[in-house]
Design a protein around this ligand. Structure first.
Ligand SMILES: Cc1cc2nc3c(=O)[nH]c(=O)nc-3n(C[C@H](O)[C@H](O)[C@H](O)COP(=O)(O)OP(=O)(O)OC[C@H]3O[C@@H](n4cnc5c(N)ncnc54)[C@H](O)[C@@H]3O)c2cc1C
Length: 379
């Protein structure tokens, strides 16, 4: 049996970042992914400024487009256009980003095995054993970074408090599509999918179009995506690489660790309920899990995670109720002074705390807060 200090299951942003931090901290790390790399992952590929504050290495070589502007609409009508003085989101493609991060984890000293699924997990008081691509591995800790459909949470009876959303996306080449309205600009369509929104994100040689919402919208997502495409003048038949994936969103206070097993990223259900982005949370949780493991105090991970992310998540759950029920009110709010700056500040990471957003745009946010009280609770 081979022996490592830490086995990291899954080499998405959360797993690769955790492996990087752990290896840099002197741990002997095995990073394993069941897919052969490079592999793609359904994702808008938007790296928010706040994600970039926590990225464990320079990723500029895989950035394809810089977004500083937003077009927001409700029900495909009445648009609001806003631009930020500094970039808010850097656009990449997950095939490129994840391969790059895995490579960086290897450079930091982790051993990376792709095409190697982690299965047959056995947790004991002093160690964890698992099969990795058929080889039996023993480790002092297991970091579960195996995403929304992972086995680590299930095999440790964690993740029961995770609510699922679902998203579907596709690409269209700039050859078929005029890039001008999308240059440097992310389009966000509110009020078009229950429990979520539609988007058009610019990339290097194509645009990424997507829709996401509650899990039970799954059967209608193809319809929603086709409508989004037509609204932007794209024939839905022109969309390539159309694929869907789950969006796991945990309830506040739910467990993300048990004994020597720590869940990070989507495996812990850390997708932001409002924006649907999860790479920021993946990087933050990876860092906190690595710190707890390197200190030999895994029990401190959950408290650290809650203190880093719960206030944002609570504000996002509240805002999601308003966006879902009153999309036009959200558009009205974005027109009011300060609201766009506050939202952009949160996405860029300039505002560390949602209460700072209230300082910038108190009156309109107060109205939204009142609406949140009368909006029905999330499903
Ligand atoms: C359509 C869509 C659009 C999105 N757009 C954005 C966006 O623009 N910006 C943003 O920040 N977030 C976005 N998200 C969310 C984001 O994609 C996730 O939050 C992010 O991928 C989480 O990273 P992760 O490393 O936790 O999991 P993942 O990226 O899902 O990686 C998990 C890895 O684990 C591997 N794995 C699974 N099971 C096993 C196993 N048994 N053994 C070994 N390996 C295993 C998988 O192959 C995979 O490589 C989007 C999500 C969706 C669905």
């Amino acid at each position: 049996m081979e022996r490592f200090d830490v086995l990291v299951a899954g080499a998405g942003p959360a797993g690769a970042a955790a492996a990087m931090h752990l290896a840099r901290g002197g741990a002997r790390v095995l990073l394993a992914d069941r897919a052969r790399f490079p592999r793609d992952k359904p994702c808008g590929g938007g790296l928010t400024g706040r994600a970039l504050l926590h990225v464990p290495c320079d990723v500029s070589s895989v950035v394809e487009h810089v977004v500083d502007g937003f077009v927001l609409r409700a029900g495909y009508r009445s648009r609001v256009v806003r631009r930020s003085e500094t970039p808010v989101i850097l656009m990449t493609q997950r095939r490129r980003l994840d391969a790059f991060l895995a490579e960086q984890a290897t450079s930091a000293g982790a051993e990376f095995r792709d095409g190697a699924a982690v299965t047959e997990i056995v947790c004991e008081a002093d160690r964890v054993t698992a099969s990795v691509g058929g080889a039996r591995i023993e480790a002092s800790y297991l970091v579960g970074a195996d995403g929304a459909n992972g086995v680590v949470a299930r095999s440790t009876l964690l993740g029961n408090d995770i609510q699922l959303g679902v998203a579907l996306e596709g690409n269209v080449s700039w050859r078929e599509f005029d890039p001008a309205p999308y240059r440097g600009t992310a389009w966000v369509e509110l009020g078009v999918v229950p429990g979520g929104y539609g988007w058009v994100f610019p990339k290097g040689d194509h645009a990424n179009l997507g829709v996401g919402g509650w899990l039970d919208e799954g059967p209608r997502l193809r319809f929603h995506l086709a409508k989004l495409a037509r609204e932007h003048g794209v024939d839905p038949e022109e969309l390539t690489s159309v694929r869907g994936h789950r969006l796991p969103m945990r309830r506040l206070g739910s467990s993300a660790a048990r004994g020597r097993v720590l869940l990070v990223g989507d495996a812990a259900g850390l997708v932001d309920p409002l924006s649907g982005d999860g790479i920021y949370e993946a990087f933050v949780s990876a860092r906190l899990a690595a710190d707890a493991v390197l200190a030999g105090r895994p029990e401190e991970y959950e408290t650290a995670l809650a203190s880093a992310l719960d206030r944002h998540a609570a504000a996002s759950w509240k805002a999601k109720r308003v966006a879902d029920r009153f999309p036009r009110a959200c558009l009205w709010a974005v027109r009011a002074p300060g609201v766009f700056d506050a939202v952009a500040g949160l996405l860029r990471g300039d505002l560390a705390h949602p209460s700072e957003a209230r300082r910038i745009a108190r009156p309109p946010l107060k109205v939204l807060s009142r609406l949140a009280r009368i909006a029905p609770p999330v499903r």
